[in-house]
Ligand binder design. Structure first.
Ligand SMILES: NC(=O)c1ccc[n+]([C@@H]2O[C@H](COP(=O)([O-])OP(=O)(O)OC[C@H]3O[C@@H](n4cnc5c(N)ncnc54)[C@H](OP(=O)(O)O)[C@@H]3O)[C@@H](O)[C@H]2O)c1
Length: 342
């Protein structure tokens, strides 16, 4: 009998729920036969995986905006890959696509849940960063939630990351003063010298309160918060009248083993008639095509720069690569490249 050998899929599943930073025991590496696509489904060989701070939240068995990843299930992740088989009209073998593939080499997804990716405009990793969810998060957080106006002062934390770097650049494009907070002199130099931030504060070495007073003497109109904790408190203490605080994330708290550090200076919202609003990018799904087109245009004309840090080596690198986000080892968007084992 002339049978083709089964195609092997390697994947990472959740083995146990972590306390604090997810260690290697959190995960299990599995080798299984690749699934074939059913009706309206597409099989994708994953080339790049997005590493996201939100992944930490998906590991907790608590009510959230998305269900937790189940024990024994493939870890949830966004990926970009090439189509290897398609039962969906309009999607062909060889197409480069974005989908929720999970942390595995070969994914089967519904054709309706796939977004084509234009690698002629930008390489695949950029579509997971500045032109993907992080860029869209920056866009809607700034323009829809904060309703930022030209001339205003925008402060962003996690500024040298995927979302933060885009926030500062969009603020500059919009005619604002952009101040970033990031860890380390190299990241701060990159923000100022390459991305055009007006000022950058190194929270690991500077006195953030004082540095902020110097960088934004008149106070802050918009604080785009990616880190929470003490930085949020420091920013709250320096709001201007009618300031808007966007709660995008709180990475400093994601691995907390005790109570989350909440803001003490919240009465600054009262004094300044300011607001603090949480945002979730998935609420803007219908507006993604229009926003992506605008981001892509700024990118094409060089007004919006993108940087990705690509970790090579395949699926087994996932546990260590995820931890990089929590010790600031990434500058720009952190992406895992899969070198298929076949
Ligand atoms: N609400 C939404 O819909 C939405 C969507 C996407 C992302 N987010 C959130 O946006 C934030 C940024 O996400 P991203 O994908 O762009 O990640 P990222 O900023 O590219 O990577 C994470 C960065 O966080 C910083 N960090 C880590 N631990 C920290 C700590 N204890 N204190 C301060 N900074 C710390 C590190 O930079 P340093 O070297 O500067 O410390 C690290 O590089 C996250 O909070 C994420 O959850 C929210």
């Amino acid at each position: 009998v002339n049978q083709q050998p089964a195609v092997i899929n390697h994947r990472i599943v959740l083995a146990r729920r972590p306390t604090g930073l997810p260690d290697d025991e959190t995960w299990r590496f599995e080798q299984v036969a690749a699934e074939e696509p059913g009706e309206n489904q597409v099989q994708v060989a994953v080339d790049y995986l997005s590493l996201d701070p939100a992944m930490r939240g998906w590991l907790n068995d608590v009510k959230s905006y998305a269900p937790p990843v189940a024990l024994g299930a493939t870890m949830r992740a966004q990926g970009i890959g090439h189509v290897t088989a398609s039962n969906y009209p309009g999607i062909a073998v060889g197409d480069t696509v974005l989908a929720t593939t999970g942390v595995q080499e070969i994914a089967v997804v519904h054709g309706a849940d796939i977004t084509p990716v234009d690698t002629g405009l930008a390489p695949a990793p950029t579509w997971l960063g500045t032109l993907g969810y992080p860029g869209l998060t920056a866009y809607f957080g700034l323009f829809d939630v904060a309703k930022v106006q030209p001339g205003e002062t925008v402060l962003v934390s996690g500024a040298a990351g995927a979302v933060g770097a885009t926030v500062g650049q969009l603020a500059r494009i919009h005619g604002c003063r952009a101040v970033g907070i990031a860890g380390g002199p190299e990241k701060c130099a990159w923000l100022r010298d390459d991305l055009g931030f007006d000022a950058a504060i190194d929270y690991k070495h500077d006195d953030v309160y004082r540095a902020l007073r110097a960088a934004a003497p008149g106070g802050i109109d918009v604080y785009f918060d990616n880190v929470g904790g003490g930085t949020l408190d420091t920013a709250l203490a320096q709001l201007r009248m009618h300031a808007r605080v966007v709660i995008c994330g709180a990475i400093s708290q994601y691995n907390a083993t005790g109570p989350v550090h909440g803001p003490a200076n919240y009465l600054s919202l009262l004094v300044n008639r300011a607001s603090m609003t949480g945002m979730l990018i998935f609420d803007y799904q219908e507006q993604f095509p229009a926003a992506t087109a605008r981001l892509a245009q700024w990118y094409r004309y060089g007004q919006l720069k993108s940087r990705e840090q690509v970790v090579a080596g395949g699926i087994e690198r996932f546990p260590a690569a995820l931890r990089m986000l929590f010790d600031g080892a990434n500058t720009g968007k952190l992406v895992l490249r899969l070198d298929h084992q076949g």
